[in-house]
Design a binder for this molecule. Structure first.
Ligand SMILES: Cc1cc2nc3c(=O)[nH]c(=O)nc-3n(C[C@H](O)[C@H](O)[C@H](O)COP(=O)(O)OP(=O)(O)OC[C@H]3O[C@@H](n4cnc5c(N)ncnc54)[C@H](O)[C@@H]3O)c2cc1C
Length: 442
C-alpha cells in the first residue's frame, strides 16, 4: 500500500489526508506539531456560569457561495447542519478624525453620528463605493490590472474618506493585517478576492456562515472519520528525499519512510523542512513572507466605541494613529452569554485582568513577489514531495481545501510506475492515534 505522510494538521493538511486516505486509499500518516488538530481552526472553551462556551480564535466564518469545496467537505463530514448564519456587520470608528458609522447595524448604525448628515466626506464614501465597485468588477473580469499596481495607486481617483474610513479598515480586518501594509498590496490580488467573494457585487452578505459550537465541530468530525494515523504533538524537523523516490520524515519521535510527503505547512516552514531544496523550491516557497499576529481573547470593552449601535461583528477603531481590529464574538457566533467576548488583533492596551487567552498566528503577506510565485507553483509538481496551504490562494479556508485537493488529485500520475501499479489498495477505515490520548484533548 502506498504510504503518504502529510505534515501540518490545519484545513489544508486535513483535506490532503482525507483525500489521500479516502480517494486514493493510501496509508496516510498526518503529523501535527500542536497537541490538537485544526491549525487556525482553533476553538477554545471559556468557562461561564451558564456552562462552557466554545468560541473561535482565528478561522470564524466561511461563505456558502464562495467556498464550494469547503462546503463539500463539510457535507462529506456530515457537519453542515451544525452551522448557522454569521452576522457580518462592521463598524468604522476614527476617533482621531471624529468619524464613525456602522454597516449592517440598521440605519441607526449608518447615521449614529448626526454630523455625518452634513458632511460631504461621509456621503462621498458611498458614492465612491458605487463607482469603485463598477470599475473594479470590470477590471477584474477583463484581467486588466497589472501586477505592479498597488491598492494605494488603484484608489487614487477616490476620496481620502473612502480610502481611510472604508477600504483600508475593511481590508485590514478581512486579512487580519496591519493597515500600513494594505495600500502596498497588489490591487490585482485584493480586487480578485473581493470579486471572488461577491463583495464587489454587494450580494454575498447572507451566505456567510459560522459554526454552532465553534470550528472544532468539523475538526473533530475529521478526526473521527479520517481512517489513517494521527501523530499529534509531533513536530517534523526534516524531510529528506532518497534516491529511488522514498521520502524520510524525521520528527520528534524518530524517522519514518514514505512513498510521498505532502507538506501542508506555511510556505516558509515547508522550505525550512526540506533537507535539500531545489532552486525552484527556494525561489517559489521563499517568496512568501509571513506577518506574525498576536490575537487576544478578552472582555475589555474599552477597545470598542461606547455607542451600542457601533458594536458590530467586525470593529475597526482608529485612536492616536493606530488602527485596531476587534471581533465581537457574541455577534459573529451564537454564544449564549451576556458577557461580551472580544478578539483583538495585534498589540493593544487591554487591561490585564480582562485577558482570557492570547494566541500567536502567522499570516502570509500577499505582496507582488508572493503573487507572482503563486502563478508558478505548478512547476513544483513532479517530485516525491508536494506542497499545499491556504497561502497558495487568497489565504482562506477554501484556498486550503482547493490547494490540498489539487496536489492529491495529481498524485497518482506522479508516483513511479512500479509504485503506481501496486499502490492504491485498501485503506484502513479507522483513525489510529500515534500519540497518547492526553495529547489530544483540547
Ligand atoms: C486571526 C485570523 C482570522 C482568520 N479568519 C478566517 C476566517 O474567518 N475565514 C477563513 O476562511 N480564513 C480565516 N483565516 C485564514 C486562515 O489562515 C486560513 O483559513 C486557514 O485556516 C489556513 O489553513 P492552513 O492549513 O493552510 O494553515 P494552518 O491552519 O496554519 O495549519 C498549518 C499547521 O501546520 C502545523 N505545523 C507547522 N509546522 C509543523 C511541523 N514542523 N510539524 C508538524 N506540524 C507543523 C501547525 O501547527 C498548523 O496546525 C484567519 C486567519 C487568522 C490568523
Amino acid at each position: 500500500m502506498t504510504r503518504i505522510a502529510v505534515v501540518g494538521g490545519g484545513i489544508s493538511g486535513m483535506t490532503a489526508a482525507l483525500r489521500a486516505a479516502r480517494d486514493l486509499r493510501a496509508d496516510v500518516t498526518l503529523y501535527e506539531s500542536a497537541a490538537v488538530l485544526g491549525g487556525h481552526a482553533n476553538t477554545v472553551v471559556v468557562d461561564d456560569p451558564s456552562g462552557p462556551i466554545a468560541v473561535d480564535t482565528a478561522f470564524l466564518v466561511y461563505n456558502r457561495l464562495h467556498y464550494p469545496r469547503f462546503v463539500a467537505l463539510l457535507r462529506e463530514l456530515g457537519v453542515e447542519d451544525e452551522t448557522c448564519a454569521a452576522d457580518m456587520s462592521a463598524s468604522f470608528v476614527d476617533d482621531d478624525r471624529d468619524m464613525r458609522y456602522a454597516l449592517l447595524r440598521g440605519l441607526g448604525g449608518v447615521f449614529c453620528q448626526k454630523e455625518n448628515l452634513l458632511r460631504p466626506a461621509f456621503w462621498r464614501i458611498f458614492l465612491d463605493l458605487a463607482a469603485f465597485r463598477r470599475r473594479a468588477r470590470a477590471d477584474v473580469r477583463a484581467d486588466r490590472i497589472d501586477e505592479a499596481t498597488t491598492l494605494g495607486a488603484y484608489l487614487e481617483p477616490y476620496s481620502a474618506a473612502f480610502r481611510d474610513h472604508f477600504v483600508v479598515p475593511l481590508t485590514a480586518a478581512i486579512w487580519s493585517l496591519p493597515d500600513e501594509h494594505v495600500l502596498l498590496y497588489p490591487a490585482r490580488a485584493i480586487l480578485a478576492f473581493f470579486e471572488n467573494h461577491g463583495l464587489l457585487a454587494g450580494r454575498s452578505g447572507a451566505a456567510w456562515r459560522t459554526f454552532r459550537g465553534g470550528s472544532r465541530v468539523y475538526v473533530d468530525a475529521f478526526a473521527r472519520t479520517f481512517g489513517g494515523t494521527l501523530r499529534l504533538g509531533e513536530k517534523v524537523s526534516r524531510i529528506e528525499r532518497r534516491p529511488g523516490g522514498r521520502v524520510i520524515v524525521r520528527s520528534s519521535s524518530g524517522e519514518a519512510s514514505f512513498d510521498h510527503a505532502v507538506l501542508a505547512t506555511h510556505a516558509d516552514t515547508s522550505l525550512a523542512l526540506l533537507a535539500a531544496p531545489t532552486r525552484e523550491e527556494r525561489a517559489l516557497l521563499g517568496a512568501f513572507r509571513y506577518h506574525p499576529t498576536t490575537v487576544t481573547l478578552h472582555e475589555d470593552t474599552s477597545l470598542l466605541h461606547p455607542d451600542p449601535r457601533l458594536r458590530a461583528s467586525w470593529n475597526t477603531v482608529r485612536r492616536r494613529g493606530v488602527l485596531r481590529i476587534t471581533y465581537l464574538l457574541n455577534r459573529v457566533q451564537p454564544v449564549a452569554t451576556r458577557r461580551e467576548l472580544l478578539l483583538t488583533l495585534g498589540d493593544a492596551p487591554i487591561r490585564p485582568e480582562k485577558v482570557l487567552r492570547t494566541f500567536s498566528y502567522a499570516h502570509p503577506i500577499f505582496d507582488a513577489e508572493a503573487v507572482s510565485a503563486q502563478r508558478r507553483l505548478a512547476s513544483l509538481d513532479g517530485g516525491a514531495v508536494s506542497f499545499c496551504g491556504a497561502w497558495a490562494g487568497h489565504g482562506f479556508h477554501e484556498d486550503g481545501v482547493v490547494a490540498a485537493e489539487r496536489v492529491i488529485a495529481a498524485l497518482p500520475a506522479r508516483l513511479p510506475a512500479a509504485q503506481r501499479a501496486s499502490s492504491w489498495t485498501v485503506g484502513s477505515s479507522r483513525t489510529t492515534f500515534g500519540t497518547p490520548a492526553s495529547a489530544r484533548s483540547r
